[in-house]
Design a protein around this ligand. Sequence first.
Ligand SMILES: Nc1ncnc2c1ncn2[C@@H]1O[C@H](COP(=O)(O)OP(=O)(O)O)[C@@H](O)[C@H]1O
Ligand SMILES: [Mg+2]
Length: 253
Amino acid sequence: MRKIAVALTKGGVGKTTTAVNLAARLANVGQRVLLIDVDTQGQAGKMLGCQPTNGLAELVANNATPDQAIVPARDNLWLLGGGKSLAGLKMLIARKEFGAERTLAEALAPLDDHYDFVILDSAPGWDALTVNVLFYAREVLSPVSLEVMTLQGLSDFAQSLASIQRYHPELRHSYIVPTFFDRRVKKSEEIFAQLQTYYPSQVCSPVRYSVRLSEAPGYGQTIFEYAPASPGADDYAALTERIMHDDGTQRNA
Ligand SMILES: Nc1ncnc2c1ncn2[C@@H]1O[C@H](COP(=O)(O)OP(=O)(O)O)[C@@H](O)[C@H]1O
Ligand SMILES: [Mg+2]
């Protein structure tokens, strides 16, 4: 079972869009996928048109069983929802005397091998929940917006990851996904070229700027449902193919 965290400290870079559409595509091509929303905004569920009563917070606090907390979202795709209740989970983690960073990993261990892929959508910033996500995941995928210069943000994030890798050496920063790619914008090409220079083995083909990607969530649909012939659908299909082609043990650059 592969566990992929979609994470970067910066917000608005396409994390949730990537987590949802990657999960949906994996499910479309026959993989059993669990999408876990680890953001108090609860956007991942909304993008799929699901707002479950129970979710990750209830599961970890033992207020719901996995059967109650994990809801079917599409064929082959299940959702463990996030949202406001995660604030309570943060407090539960904060109250722990030791082992706090493995709270999520311990609570989710019974799900091991029930799925082919677990995709985690994380919140921006660097808090106890994000650290917990990174102690659970084996692979990290970072979307990097080519609209705003975030190379510094990316290298800061990679340094923070390194501090976790000391205690969780199986964790790999496997994928960097350039998002909001726009060939007409010079800066977009420039940042993409820089990413290829600094992170040659991790950089994936970019996800283009596409207004369809920003419209789909308003209908509670994935890009493959809302606009299957759009550039966004093509780009997320290509990303999914690349990820499926790996075995989950690819190394950092
Ligand atoms: N490739 C893209 N082209 C156009 N709009 C996008 C693209 N990717 C994401 N968006 C939009 O940008 C906003 C931020 O994306 P989101 O996935 O929520 O980022 P994050 O989770 O990192 O905060 C959302 O409104 C989303 O619909
Ligand atoms: Mg998000």
